[in-house]
Design a protein around this ligand. Structure first.
Ligand code: F0G
Length: 457
């Protein structure tokens, strides 16, 4: 087979700033071993997130110049609305400044004490917004999704048996919403099958529970359906996407992912009454319903990006480049989440640093080692992000200790990716020297963003 090439040429470039290992040791110490506290110009390859970090196309930049900045009734809004209606089939579209703003609005309205939100896996901001409302979030990912080293085609699926059981236990009346995250970011960027979405919808419908999709990476998920699910090989991506959304009562979306935009998001839904409540809150917290916390130019960039992302040459290159890196690491014996996900590779830090106990945050320790060794910035998705304390202040660890290296869209070339593989493999060979960490300062919620840590003696 011929090499799959990047389906773009580069018109404008940004420099990468180089630094030395010694400099990085000091930088990390000063940043309290937290990659979120490192300045971006001290990072060589920034894989902290695929969110808001995409390279926009020349079409998107042209769209930016055409942004209509009218407060009310902006032409850019109508283009944005029409695009989302066409792609998702959802009629009521509410712009927000990013995904978590959509979540904040939705869960402030639907949440509250005694309520439960069921999901395959909630992303951290989604869970935080649910919990902030007083409600509880329940993750019900399928069994395969809990074992990083066992490959399966749709490890993001929801466990439908557990879903039925949970509804029976908590009572359908206490469950305002079921949320399917596509792809399942916190569970390894793994896709959800169309069949699973259909089954979850049927269970929800039988219990009068609406189903929403957290649609951040809808196009990547659609491509996995095309590749892996019986009956979709010859279906065009926009048709797969349309079917996927046809089961949803609504969606939340961060346009910073599969819309190639640097900022933005939206809520979309069928329910007129709920949309009205959302718009009322939008006006208080985000802005008028035809801009919702965004500039007209952002709405243009999102509308164009949403269409571009469904291009099959792009999706083939995107999914293949993640798989390429994953396969390199597997061949070298590095423990990674298998198979490759859609937007990131996930190192299994529990395996990688088997000598570091979970109370010493092996994921965060590995993040530090990758930065020092190669200037690569990743993020821990483990007990620092999702750990809780019991009544005796003992850590209740997260089920998985992962390090996510998220690949920004259309930003890095194959040689950057080869370099990343080399660094990870070298760190793997020196893993015994890596020490665990302990927390010296933390916030009560979403602590991973600001926590300060130090190495264990
Ligand atoms: N849902 C999922 C599945 C996400 O991955 C994110 C963001 C959000 C919601 C919130 O969107 O950032 O626009 O407010 N994920 C980023 C990440 C931050 O790095 O995975 P947002």
């Amino acid at each position: 087979m011929q090499t799959i090439i990047e389906p773009f040429r580069i018109k404008s470039v940004e420099p990468i700033y180089f630094n030395t290992r010694e400099e990085r040791i000091t930088i990390l110490e000063k940043a309290f071993y937290n990659p979120f506290l490192v300045h971006a110009n001290a990072v060589l390859i920034d894989l902290l997130t695929d969110s808001g970090t995409s390279a926009m196309s020349s079409h998107q930049w042209a769209g930016i110049m055409q942004g209509d900045e009218s407060y009310a009734g902006s032409t850019s809004y109508f283009r944005f609305e029409e695009t989302i209606q066409r792609i998702t089939g959802l009629p009521l579209v509410i712009p927000t400044h990013q995904g978590r703003a959509a979540e904040k609005i939705l869960f402030s309205i639907l949440g509250g004490k005694g309520k439960y939100f069921l999901s395959n896996t909630l992303f951290d901001t989604t869970r935080a917004n649910i919990e902030y409302s007083g409600a509880e979030g329940v993750d019900l990912v399928c069994e395969e999704g809990k074992h990083p080293s066992i490959p399966a085609p749709f490890k993001g699926n929801m466990d439908t048996g557990a879903l039925k059981k949970c509804i029976a236990e908590k009572g359908a009346a206490n469950i305002p919403l079921c949320i399917i995250t596509v792809t399942n970011n916190s569970g390894g960027g793994q896709p959800v099958s169309m069949q699973n979405i259909r089954e979850v919808k049927a269970i929800c419908e039988a219990n009068n529970i609406p189903m929403f999709i957290d649609a951040c990476r809808f196009a990547e998920n659609a491509y996995f359906i095309k590749l892996r699910e019986e009956g979709y090989r010859h279906t065009a991506i926009p048709d797969i996407v349309k079917e996927l959304f046809s089961y949803a009562d609504g969606c939340t979306m961060s346009a910073k992912k599969d819309a190639f935009a640097n900022i933005g998001g939206f809520l979309a839904m069928h329910d007129e009454k709920l949309a009205q409540l959302c718009r009322n809150m939008l006006i208080m917290t985000e802005g008028f319903p035809t801009y919702g916390g965004l500039a007209g130019r952002d709405l243009e960039a999102i509308a164009i990006g949403l269409t571009e992302v469904m291009d099959e040459h792009y999706l083939q290159y995107r999914i293949r480049s993640i798989e390429y890196l994953t396969n390199h690491l597997i061949a070298a014996g590095v423990p990674v989440m298998q198979p490759a996900g859609g937007h990131a590779i996930y190192l299994d830090a529990k395996e990688f640093l088997s000598h570091v106990p979970v109370e010493q945050y092996p994921g965060q320790a590995l993040v530090g080692a990758l930065y020092i060794h190669g200037g690569i910035r990743g993020v821990e998705i483990g007990s620092l992000m999702f750990g809780k304390y019991d009544a005796d202040q003992k850590l209740i660890p997260a089920p998985l200790e992962l390090v996510r290296l998220a690949i920004p869209r259309r930003v890095y070339t194959q040689s950057h990716i080869d370099y990343v593989a080399e660094v990870i493999i070298e760190v793997y060979h020196q893993r015994d020297a890596i020490k665990g960490l302990t927390i010296i300062e933390e916030a009560p919620m979403l602590r991973h963003f600001t926590a300060k840590l130090k190495p264990v003696d």
